[in-house]
Design a protein around this ligand. Structure first.
Ligand code: OSB
Ligand code: MG
Length: 379
């Protein structure tokens, strides 16, 4: 196992010359739906920090609505401007700044936005890629598709077919009450050997055990977040009743949550969304805790623009991110994106990290302008 660079957080931050918040809204190629809601556009809060000509970008994974998580673009702006940025002291290190963030309870998505922007800036001024700053060598990244709720079984089969043809390493399909067992059975029947999983985004309860048991015989690699979005304990009861691995997403907001889930046997896999757990450094800690207990992790997506998508790629160089995540091509979501290069599948469905310092992507100012809803200069 490589060791996370002990000095990733030991850089003196120095004075930040400029800080901007930008809200972008990009149309999706097609709406993306979960059991909870459907989104037709990607609206995201971006944080840009500039120092001596170097830029760092952070993309907040919160939506404008609280339908995935309680944090929103508006709450994140409030926390970032009112409580996180004021804690940044030019004379302190990143680690010291993050330690001061601890007095701000919750709000991991807001914290991750600031941490991402600063890590990107630090990596760029050092002239190294983000994965190197974290202490991990480059490697090729497996691909994975997340298919939103579809209108019919036929539509779902067509989407799966398309993903398989493109060479995705695994397919995840969203399920919800009324669109579950029969739908998954149909996919399994047509694609017997496919690495297939489902994500319920918390749509079921323990009363649904008979239904969930029917999913258990379909050879799924895992069932993601079947029960309540904040629950760990009931998942431990369900996991004991199923042979298929459960994977927690929404319920895990920190290293402590992950430790609780593992101790209770609530899941055998964890979906790490770096934004949901408060940033890359907490993600690395969770990945290591899981590795020590032989629990695999994977990188979850929040249908990010090119900025967040690149961060998720960099994170997957960390040991224990061995299984495919929600890591799909940019063009599945956006006809046009704000950062280059786009994520594309290469030979065998593998994805190459973009070369270059920081996240490896560059924000295009013209396209950024085109999709900007509003911006504010904070410094
Ligand atoms: O539950 O994993 C989820 C997207 C938005 C909200 C919740 C989820 C998702 C995804 C990831 O499934 C989609 C992607 O980034 O490809
Ligand atoms: Mg999920």
């Amino acid at each position: 196992m490589s060791s996370a660079s002990p000095n990733a957080g030991e850089e003196i931050l120095g004075p930040i010359d400029r800080v901007d918040l930008v809200v972008v809204r990009l149309p999706f190629v097609e709406p993306f739906g979960t059991s909870v809601a459907a989104w037709a556009v990607k609206e995201a809060l971006l944080l840009r920090v500039e120092q001596e000509g170097f830029q760092g970008w952070g993309e907040c994974v919160a939506d404008p609505d609280p339908y995935y998580d309680g944090e929103t673009t508006v709450s994140a702006r409030y926390i970032i401007t009112g409580f996180l940025l004021p804690e940044l002291d030019p004379a302190s290190t990143l680690q010291e700044a993050l330690a001061r963030f601890r007095k701000v309870r919750g709000n991991p998505m807001a914290k991750a936005t600031v941490e991402n922007a600063l890590l990107d800036l630090i990596a760029r001024r050092r002239g190294i890629p983000l994965h190197e700053l974290l202490g991990y060598p480059s490697r090729r990244i497996p691909s994975g598709l997340s298919i939103g709720i579809q209108e019919s079984v036929e539509a779902l089969l067509a989407k799966v077919e398309e993903g398989v043809a493109l060479g995705y390493h695994r397919v995840k399909i969203k399920i919800m009450r009324g669109r579950d067992v029969e739908w998954v059975q149909a996919v399994r029947k047509h694609f017997p050997g496919l690495s297939l999983m489902v994500d319920a985004n918390g749509d079921y309860t323990l009363d649904d055990l008979p239904l969930l048991s029917r999913l258990d015989s379909l050879g799924l690699t895992m069932i993601e977040q079947p029960l309540g979005y904040h629950d760990i304990y009931q998942h431990s009861i369900l996991q004991a009743r199923l042979s298929t691995s459960l994977c927690l997403d929404e319920s895990i907001h920190s290293l402590e949550d992950a430790a609780t889930a593992l101790a209770l046997g609530a899941c055998r896999v964890i979906n790490i969304k770096q934004g949901r757990v408060g940033g890359l450094l907490e993600s690395v800690r969770i990945a290591r805790l899981c590795e020590a207990q032989k629990v695999p992790v994977w990188s979850g997506g929040m249908d990010e623009t090119g900025i967040g998508r690149a961060v998720n790629l960099q994170l997957q160089t960390v040991d224990n991110f061995r299984i495919p995540g929600d890591t799909s091509e940019t063009r599945r979501y956006f006809r046009e994106d704000i950062a280059d290069p786009p994520v594309v599948l290469g030979e065998g469905g593998w994805i190459a990290l973009p070369p270059g310092p920081g996240t490896g992507v560059t924000v295009d100012p013209v396209r950024l302008d085109r999709y900007t809803l509003h911006r504010e200069r904070l410094r």
